[in-house]
Design a protein around this ligand. Sequence first.
Ligand SMILES: *Cc1c(COP(=O)(O)O)cnc(C)c1O
Length: 340
Amino acid sequence: MQINLISDTVTKPTSEMLQVMMQAEVGDDVFKADPTVNKLEAKIAEMFGMEAALFFPSGTMANQAVIKLHTQPGDQVICDKWAHIYNFEGGGVAFNSGVTCALIDGERGMFTVEQVAEKLHNDGNIHLPQTALVAIENTTNKGGGACWDVKEIEKIKAFCDENNLPLHLDGARLFNAIVATKDSPKTFGKLFDTISVCLSKGLGAPIGSLLLGTKKDIQKALRYRKLFGGGMRQVGYLAAAAIYALDNHVERLKIDHERAKKIGEVLAKNSLIKKVEPVETNIVIFYVNDSISDTDFVKKLEKEGILIVSMGEGKLRIVTHLDISEEMFNRLISILENLK
Ligand SMILES: *Cc1c(COP(=O)(O)O)cnc(C)c1O
């Protein structure tokens, strides 16, 4: 039995999901003529109380289109030093938009309004890159699935409004935050100019992210999606999977969260483990003791059929998801309890 805990992106469509995919009504989405994509975009826009949405092949492309539409070359984006847009999108901020990032030294990928204010450049000083966008990530990826306090986001939103700055939410795992904190999608819809969400992570769709925003911004994003090569044709088969995921796989995220918590507790008791970061959602970040290297720890688990990733410097990550059965979970716990 192989138990893959490398990421929540490793899931495969369930047979029910495949059924709805096969029955999807499709058309050419580049002409906005795919009824299933149109239905998905309208559904999620309504869910978040935002004007419009656009289906993207990946979260990276959705974020990159957002950065492009909110900035001009030479501008600056304020984000955390651990932000996905800065670390894991291939340098796309520079490549696609010609912008730099002002990095905040945050806490588990999160920061305060005071830290945003320290990075702001909008006084027209010709020597400085001018701030064009503030980006937040929820849950934080490198921060171990941590959830933002909405009160801090409200302060940042007020600051952005005062300074005429758009606020973007990289919500690849936003549904994990929504389930964990019980903040509603509409709460986030009100606070952000644009939001990207992934359907291909915890929600278990094979492909797809959505970008949410005003009609005007989504119209601009449509052009950038085309320009980046992301205009897709009969993509309703994938939108059908996304609709199924939204209808059936959101609430169950709490199972992933409970399991991650339990894994964290078991790891904390293991003598090979130095420290486990707080577990809030479906990501467990932990550090091994000096007695074993992170790569050796990964190999040890691999021998038991358990796949996880090392993040380097003694840091490791486990991600729970919907393809972990009860049987796999029980086996995993017993292996972790007995690992020496
Ligand atoms: C996964 C992820 C993305 C997008 O990733 P894709 O693999 O391109 O879909 C964006 N932001 C965060 C925080 C992520 O975890």
